[in-house]
Write a protein of this length. Structure first.
Length: 198
């Protein structure tokens, strides 16, 4: 699947949120990108707010429009709360699960770890970042992955892991299906559903 390879600080500045976990390396977060800077901002409409929320979530999980719309369509067809179903599917992506377990510092690095065949799901190598994890699935890192400095550093750290996951060393397990409360970022899923329901 294709992915965005352009300037990332620009996207974070547009959304006013650190999308890629750059922390202190991200400069001028409060200034929108572009030649007009702060003068280029206007009072937003309801449509504009919904669009910005959709773009933020899409960029946060590293998806392009077609794939993101596919998730929304599945969520609209599912039973129960559409917004929660959408967030649950996005959270259960393999690359996001690797990131949530704290094996790597960012989602893009989790995606790279998966596509370079360093992640095993239930004992089998899976190199598809969009693979949907299920309740009871186990996830382990390959022995080769410990030669990667970023992985070595983060595996040794004690991190706060969401309740729907458990981790022991280089292995993790999906205990339950994630809910809205398990998403750590500020996301208004209702705006996204309304945007696509027009």
């Amino acid at each position: 699947m294709a992915r965005y390879t352009g300037p990332k600080d620009r996207l974070s500045r547009r959304e006013g949120y650190d999308l890629f976990g750059k922390g202190v390396k991200l400069t001028r977060l409060t200034v929108p990108p572009g030649v007009h800077g702060p003068r280029g901002t206007r009072k937003g409409s309801q449509y504009g707010r919904q669009l910005r929320e959709k773009q933020k979530v899409k960029r946060l999980y590293g998806l392009l429009e077609r794939q993101f719309k596919g998730y929304v369509d599945k969520a609209l067809k599912s039973k129960g709360n559409t917004g929660e179903a959408l967030l649950s599917m996005l959270e259960r992506r393999l690359d996001n699960t690797v990131f949530r377990l704290g094996f790597v510092p960012t989602r893009p690095s989790a995606r790279q770890l998966v596509s370079h065949r360093h992640v095993l799901v239930n004992g089998k190598i899976v190199n598809i970042p969009s693979y949907q994890m299920k309740k009871g699935d186990t996830l382990t890192l390959s022995s080769k992955s410990f030669n990667i400095p970023a992985v070595k550093k983060t595996v040794d750290e004690e991190l706060k892991i969401p309740e729907w996951l458990t981790r022991k060393g280089p292995a993790g397990k999906v205990n339950s299906i994630p809910k809205k409360d398990d998403v750590l970022e500020p996301i208004s899923e209702q705006d996204i559903v309304e945007f696509y329901s027009r």
